[in-house]
Design a protein around this ligand. Structure first.
Ligand SMILES: [Zn+2]
Length: 71
């Protein structure tokens, strides 16, 4: 398994996909890009609200988007 980091603009939109994940660079937690429930990372930098289908990010310098390559 390898991670391929993808450029994205957290001020614009949050891409979604089964193989796409967000990573908090502050606490190192990985969050699926299309969660089925409310989620947040350990340091609360990244929060996902399932009702609003919306990510909220505290420090956008500390979020990364990557694709998991299973091959
Ligand atoms: Zn965090």
């Amino acid at each position: 398994m390898s991670k391929v980091y993808i450029d994205f603009d957290p001020k614009e939109n949050f891409p979604k996909g089964d193989d796409l994940f967000y990573e908090c660079r502050s606490c190192g937690i990985e969050i699926p890009s299309a969660p089925q429930e409310n989620l947040c990372c350990k340091c609360f930098n990244i929060f996902y609200d399932v009702d609003e289908d919306k990510f909220t990010v505290g420090d956008i310098a500390n979020i990364a988007l990557f694709r998991k390559n299973t091959t």
